[in-house]
Write a protein that binds this ligand. Structure first.
Ligand code: SF4
Length: 64
């Protein structure tokens, strides 16, 4: 799987970062980004799906 964050939706709650600092970063302005380019490693797929489900702005999406 791959994941993307829609910057227009992200409100910087940092829930994604709290769940997985390996997968997500949040800048000084509260804008989250995905740290990993390309495929999410197998070991982080479960937490990636958890982050998608827990983002209150529905800003994180799984892509093919
Ligand atoms: S949880 Fe969602 S809204 Fe909050 S920082 Fe992460 S991507 Fe942005």
């Amino acid at each position: 799987m791959k994941i993307v964050i829609d910057p227009a939706k992200c409100q910087g709650h940092a829930r994604c970062y709290a769940l997985s600092p390996e997968l997500f970063d949040v800048d000084d302005y509260g804008q989250a980004s995905v740290r990993i380019e390309g495929e999410v490693p197998e070991a982080l797929v479960e937490v990636a799906r958890l982050a998608i489900a827990n983002c209150p702005e529905f800003a994180i999406a799984e892509v093919d």
